[in-house]
Design a protein around this ligand. Structure first.
Ligand SMILES: *[C@@H]1O[C@H](CO)[C@@H](O)[C@H](O)[C@H]1NC(C)=O
Ligand SMILES: *[C@@H]1O[C@H](CO)[C@@H](O)[C@H](O)[C@H]1NC(C)=O
Ligand SMILES: *[C@@H]1O[C@H](CO)[C@@H](O)[C@H](O)[C@H]1NC(C)=O
Ligand SMILES: *[C@@H]1O[C@H](CO)[C@@H](O)[C@H](O)[C@H]1NC(C)=O
Ligand SMILES: *[C@@H]1O[C@H](CO)[C@@H](O)[C@H](O)[C@H]1NC(C)=O
Length: 790
């Protein structure tokens, strides 16, 4: 193996991507890459990792910084980028979204939902033996002739990773290996999921229907993917310890599109905005995705987990659907009843202690073995051998939730194992000092257990314990007299104030370059469930200490939101096979909702200095167009997709690509040469201003005086007359023209939205354009603008 020199992604003589390219041409490209490297460098001084031959013409190579400079100056080389890292952006949801009653029946029921649609997952692999991915008990899957992905053999079982449900399984680790990051013992040199994340995301989008979620003998409901009949194509490029490298991720995407996936689900994003290119929209990762979309592949990407702070998105480009995470209606709560009658609320996905019975509380610090003091902290209850079994047995063990649980290897799972090993009746974890805004997730455990997350309640508990526990002059406990019992936390409580934007979900405005300048493009695009999602887990996964060895996990992240959208996109693709990625994106966005279950505007979770969390009215910078509404998305009425929809698929695809080019070519600060270098297309097409890109949202980041923005809609339903209404915060005047229009089936019509600054407030104003159809369709797009002095 080469030393840990930086490896470099090099993009050479790019040309327009050709999908379904004849193999001999791909081989020709690869030969050219090898020839170029052979001419420039001595053999053995570099290591080529991948030739990208399908979506982009380029390669990645492991070489020295001096060699990278030489390569940069070589004839025909358009761009050389240093590789950078990406990270993963870490059931009940189908019911919450109304899929079983509202959507699946229209596709032929859950046993047909997603039929013949292939979703590609660029993630941490898959655990192929999970019931969520099984083929038995389901109608046999036929072949999918359009898909030609390979299936690697599991070195463990000597069997293929594929089974009909999983139809492709490959892994990409050359860059990780060259960088010296890949440990085959932990990461597995196969598509096997050594993390858990990849199995989880695949199950959310396409896992089988009605799989009982069982842990510790309890059933937490049934899990199902959004499109339970869709096929899964696995492209492992993320790893447990270090995330992934763009060189591997690009190789995975290049292969997935060549193999014939319909949809890509990406729960991965860059560690930071690309620093080496001048724009967030054109870097090897986003440029590859542009080529994927040009080829007709729908791409859903996690928006990022840097919220609730502004400009934390890691998904930037208009051709991608960037997904924010919502908290859905299910919350788990539990309580601890103390001997003094106080009831303390906490988190505990656990059974209760025996009804009408109270138990003695013993603090770990008071029952530790003398020998154990120095080496480990016994109070976090990670090791049963440090505590006296005879004092713990039959009692409730009181432990401290330390910083080690947040950043170290301490886990609630181990606390529960310690308590169980010592014969305890249950355990209480008590948070003593945490920074405000720390997020606690409930963790399922096999014995009664609760985490007290509020500092004031912890203080109540500790005070009660202290006054009830007499000590001798050395501090040794004379009698344990504190009592308590733990409630039943297994049943979720369904909230009406759902959905809400999750506190961690990344927020806009979107940025267009590394200096964090605002883009004239709204991100995120849409909101989908991403908080406390139950789905499949890999027992080989070691990433989440609370789920080591388990078959299911309850985890949160925009990582969990993106596959919800990928799965629902599969349902739309199944119903409308000819729709372009932009058309599917439009259907998802214009039908989404900004109203919660209780009929009030959706709220966003925000940090609060005084309380655990506060709630503010959500804006498009939190949720894009709003929360996904799958039933409406299948029948959107109108589509924002510049091309005429009912024309051939090819034409639709080509037109969207030209529009994206027009967007790039009119966005200030992007060099036309850079665009040509990445896309091979000249800037011979302009859309006037970037905000004229025909997206189902309007964003003018720098509004001076009056601006007229145009949009074109295409009718994908029967003839219908739409009345166009507008709404905007008072600082900006808004007007739509014409006020109404009638569209025949398949026809397209243009309308304009005029924005005028009324007062300069120094903040963004929000509004919307609502097109109400005479046949009941509602087509809504968000409007976002900031006014400036002339
Ligand atoms: C584009 O590629 C050319 C070589 O063909 C190179 O000289 C130029 O610097 C590149 N421009 C940008 C903006 O990357
Ligand atoms: C617990 O106590 C309540 C009221 O005191 C009583 O109704 C109930 O039957 C008791 N349950 C058990 C299991 O003893
Ligand atoms: C509990 O009491 C002991 C002494 O009795 C004292 O050292 C300790 O600080 C008290 N703990 C709290 C949290 O009040
Ligand atoms: C993965 O987990 C399964 C189930 O626990 C186990 O049988 C298998 O040996 C593990 N594979 C590897 C490579 O560790
Ligand atoms: C722009 O140039 C490309 C390649 O030269 C050509 O295929 C395309 O038709 C041109 N587009 C316009 C709008 O002129």
């Amino acid at each position: 193996m080469l030393s840990k020199r930086p490896h470099t992604l090099a993009y050479a003589f790019l040309l327009s991507p050709v999908i379904g390219v004849v193999t001999s041409y791909a081989q020709h490209l690869e030969m050219k890459h090898d020839m170029l490297l052979g001419l420039l460098f001595e053999r053995g001084t570099y290591q080529k990792l991948y030739s990208y031959r399908h979506l982009i013409n380029g390669f990645s190579v492991h070489l020295s910084p001096e060699q990278a400079e030489t390569l940069r100056r070589a004839p025909g080389v358009k761009s050389v980028e240093r590789d950078w890292k990406v990270r993963k952006l870490t059931t009940h949801t189908p019911q919450f979204l109304g899929l079983p009653t509202g959507v699946w029946p229209t596709g032929g029921g859950f046993d047909r939902a997603g039929e013949d649609i292939v979703i590609g997952f660029v993630d941490s692999g898959i655990y192929p033996h999970h019931p969520s991915f099984a083929t038995h008990n389901t109608e046999p899957y036929g072949p999918v002739p359009k898909y030609r992905g390979k299936c690697e053999i599991n070195p463990d079982t000597k069997k293929s990773f594929c089974n009909g449900k999983i139809i492709g399984a490959q892994h990409f680790a050359k860059a990780a290996t060259a960088a010296g990051s890949f440990n085959p013992l932990i990461e597995f040199p196969s598509p096997l999921d050594g993390d858990g994340h990849g199995s989880h995301t695949a199950a959310i989008a396409a896992g089988n229907n009605g799989i009982p979620v069982r842990m510790y003998g309890h059933e937490f409901g049934k899990a199902s993917g959004m499109a339970p009949r869709a096929r899964i194509a696995v492209y492992k490029a993320l790893y447990r310890l270090f995330g992934g490298f763009v060189a591997d991720v690009v190789a995975a995407i290049d292969q997935a599109v060549y193999d014939g996936v319909d949809i890509l689900s990406l729960s991965v994003g860059p560690n930071s905005p690309p620093a080496t290119t001048k724009t967030t929209f054109l870097n090897p990762f986003d440029a590859t995705l542009l080529a994927a979309v040009k080829a007709g592949v729908f791409v859903a990407q996690a928006a990022g987990n840097g919220g609730p702070f502004q400009k934390t998105l890691v998904s930037y480009s208009p051709w991608i659907v960037s997904v924010a995470a919502a908290v859905d209606d299910r919350r788990y709560k539990n309580h601890l009843i103390l001997g003094n009658g106080k009831i303390l609320a906490g988190l505990g996905l656990s059974p209760s202690t025996r009804l009408n019975q109270t138990y003695t509380l013993v603090a770990a610090n008071d029952v530790m073995l003398d020998s154990s003091i120095s080496k480990y902290s016994p109070s976090d209850c990670q090791r049963p051998e440090l505590l006296k079994k005879n004092l713990v047995e039959g009692n409730i063990l009181l432990c401290g939730y330390s910083f080690n649980f947040v950043v170290g290897s301490a886990s609630i799972k181990k606390v529960s194992e310690t308590a169980k090993a010592l014969g305890a009746a249950g355990f209480v974890l008590c948070v003593e000092n945490v920074s405000p805004g720390t997020k606690f997730d409930p963790v399922p455990v096999g014995i009664p257990g609760i985490l007290i997350t509020e500092v004031s309640k912890s203080t109540d508990l500790i005070d009660y314990y202290n006054v009830s526990t007499p000590r001798d002059w050395t501090g040794r406990v004379k009698n344990f007299n504190a009592k308590g019992s733990i409630g039943d936390g297994l049943m979720p409580i369904l909230h009406k104030s759902a959905p809400q934007v999750a506190i961690f979900s990344a927020r806009g405005p979107n940025i267009k370059d590394f200096s964090y300048q605002d883009a004239d493009l709204l991100k995120p695009d849409i909101l989908a469930p991403g908080s406390l999602i139950w789905a499949a887990w890999s027992p080989n996964g070691t990433d989440e200490p609370n789920y080591v060895g388990e078959g299911f996990a309850l985890i949160s992240g925009t990582s969990m939101a993106a596959p919800h959208i990928a799965g629902i996109a599969a349902l739309i693709k199944q119903k409308h096979p000819a729709w372009s990625p932009a058309a599917i994106k439009s259907a998802l966005m214009t039908t989404s909702t900004t109203i919660d279950r209780a009929g009030r505007p959706i709220q966003a979770q925000q940090y609060s200095e005084t309380e655990a969390m506060k709630f503010v009215a959500a804006t498009p910078f939190d949720y894009g167009s709003g929360h996904i509404n799958p039933r409406a998305a299948l029948d959107p009425g109108l589509i924002f997709d510049a091309a005429e929809m009912l024309n051939t698929v090819r034409r639709t695809k080509g037109r969207s690509f030209e529009d994206y080019l027009g967007f790039l070519c009119t966005t200030p600060g992007i060099d036309a040469h850079e665009i040509k270098n990445y896309t091979t297309s000249p800037c011979n097409y302009t859309i006037g201003h970037p905000w004229n890109l025909n997206t189902p949202s309007i964003t003018v980041s720098h509004l001076v005086g009056t601006k007229i923005i145009s949009r074109t809609v295409t009718n994908v339903a029967e003839e219908e007359t739409y009345v166009i209404k507008t709404r905007m915060a008072p600082a900006i005047a808004i007007e739509a023209n014409p006020p109404a229009m009638t569209l025949r089936p398949g026809s397209s019509k243009k309308f304009t939205v005029t924005l005028t600054v009324r007062s300069v407030t120094g903040t963004y104003s929000f509004g919307e354009v609502l097109m109400q159809g005479s046949r009941g369709h509602k087509v809504r797009i968000p409007v976002v603008a900031m006014g400036y002095e002339r």
